[in-house]
Ligand binder design. Structure first.
Ligand code: NDP
Ligand code: 2IT
Length: 450
């Protein structure tokens, strides 16, 4: 590592000592930037890295709401506006009890680079709340979303900051958030949120985009390494929005998905999972994945146990798609996956693999599709939604899907070309970081010390 990078990392660790996830994300990126940073002394002269790791703005706020028993609840809301140098801040909202400032900052930091890779004019941001949507009634969800927007509305706008969904935030929540924004502003500003319903300005294929995009990226990655999806056995961590549409596309490409999971455990069906049943359980009924066994009693269910490898990663597979949450895969899990024959990993989730596990995969020749490149299809299609909103027009499913495929293929090409240029082999993690950094840093340099 260069001295400059080392000193910025040390200062960042000192200043943000209790932000584990944020420091992990920063370390992963900075550690790969040595070859670029050393080529140009202007980075150090303009304190570019110090500016890059400091958010432009963080907003935290109180979110009071009333539950179905008439009891007042109070949650904490966040919006991190990390870097606006290439476009309005853009990134999802996460509602999950684990949400804290470290998680918000890591997600917003990752988003800067991801959004740059899409080639579209969007900056990096993220937000959310420690609100737990599980077990809440529709009315409670609406009440929470309205209170959250009462404050958030001051800080967003279609030219300023455009939130969307993430864990715990899907079309239902975006609908309630949009309704409240429209009521307060007394204007129909469609481009202020993405992931909207199709009836009021949403884009066709946005729902499918992250999962489909992951598989388009991986198709290119496999092709470049003389491999493909045909006949491969796939396991997927998660059973939410990203997991479901990754499963759909990989099946279309001839693979067999044998396992999917939620935070409680995983189902294993060796003849291949019935995705329509998963959609019913997760998208319509909002139940636990174990419910699958009611229709398919011959399938198996393995419960997750505290401190043990998540059940879904103990199943033999050729390809593994972590599509749930961060740090799902540590070194021990990675070792078992390699032993079980996994040759490719596609990160649908943000930062699902910790740094030790990434290094282990790379050392063992596993093709790793890194999150900030491979799951960029969601935000890219959000940017296409903004574009359609600005035009007051819409494209067909096929048009959006084709653009998405083109964007993901270009992102893979950028990762591979950069890895080739710097002699990094199959290290697409470094390829993605360097390619994205070049774009963001050029925009920051051009705009002076701001
Ligand atoms: P959903 O809320 O639709 O689904 C989340 C899934 O992950 C659920 O199956 C959930 O299980 C599981 N999960 C969540 N938290 C944990 C946890 N702490 N431990 C174990 N399992 C967990 O979210 P998405 O599908 O939208 O998001 C999944 C991942 O993809 C996230 O990392 C997100 O940041 C990332 N992502 C999402 C994009 C999007 O467009 N939606 C775009 C790019 C990345 P359970 O129901 O039991 O909690
Ligand atoms: O992590 C992500 O890229 C998302 N949750 C999607 C963000 C967006 O603005 O569509």
């Amino acid at each position: 590592m260069s001295n400059y990078i080392e000193s910025v990392l040390a200062k960042t660790k000192e200043k943000n000592a209790n932000e584990k996830e944020f420091l992990q994300a920063v370390s992963e990126v900075l550690e790969t930037l040595k070859p670029v940073v050393e080529r140009d002394e202007n980075y150090e002269k303009t304190a570019l890295l110090e500016r890059l790791v400091e958010p432009e703005r963080i907003i935290t706020f109180r979110v009071p709401w009333v539950d179905d028993n008439g009891k007042v609840q109070v949650n904490r809301g966040f919006r991190v506006q990390f870097n606006g140098s290439i476009g309005p801040y853009k990134g999802g909202l996460r509602f999950h009890p684990s949400v804290n400032q470290s998680i918000m900052k890591f997600l917003a930091f990752e988003q800067i680079f991801k959004n740059a890779l899409t080639g579209l004019p969007i900056g990096g941001g993220k937000g959310g709340s420690d609100f737990d949507p599980k077990g809440k009634s529709d009315r409670e969800i609406m009440s929470f979303c309205q209170s959250f927007m009462n404050e958030l509305q001051r800080h967003i706008g279609h030219n300023l900051d455009v939130p969307a969904g993430d864990i715990g935030v899907g079309a239902r929540e975006i609908g309630y958030l949009f309704g409240q924004y429209r009521k307060i502003r007394n204007a129909f500003e469609a481009g202020v949120l993405t992931g909207k319903g199709l009836e009021y300005g949403g884009s066709l294929a946005r729902k499918e985009a992250t999962g489909f995009g992951l598989i388009y990226y991986m198709r290119e990655m496999l092709k470049a390494n003389n491999k493909n999806f045909e006949g491969k056995v796939v396991t997927i961590s998660g059973s939410g929005n990203v997991a479901i549409y990754a499963a759909q596309k990989v099946m279309e490409y001839g693979a067999k998905v044998v396992a999917m999971s939620d935070s409680n455990g995983c189902i294993y069906d060796d003849i291949g999972i019935d995705l329509e049943e998963i959609k019913r359980i997760k998208e319509v009924e909002r139940l636990r994945i174990k419910e699958y066994l009611k229709k398919y009693p011959k399938a198996q269910y393995f419960e997750n146990k505290e401190g043990e490898i998540p059940a879904v990663y103990t199943i033999k597979a050729d390809i593994s798609l972590p599509c749930a949450t961060q740090n799902d895969i540590n070194l021990e899990t990675a070792q078992l996956m390699v032993k079980n024959g996994v040759f490719a990993v596609g990160e649908g989730a943000n930062m699902p693999t910790d740094i030790e596990a990434i290094n282990y995969f790379l050392k063992n020749g596993v093709l790793l599709a890194p999150a900030k490149a491979a799951n960029a299809g969601g935000v890219a299609t959000s940017a296409l939604e903004m574009c359609q909103n600005s035009m007051r027009y819409f494209w067909t499913f096929e048009e959006v899907d084709k653009k998405l495929d083109g964007i993901m293929s270009n992102i893979f090409k950028a990762c591979k070309d950069t890895a080739d240029e710097y002699g990094l082999g199959i290290n697409y993690v470094a390829g993605a970081n360097i390619a994205a950094f070049k774009k963001v840093s050029a925009a920051m340099m051009a705009q002076g010390i701001i």
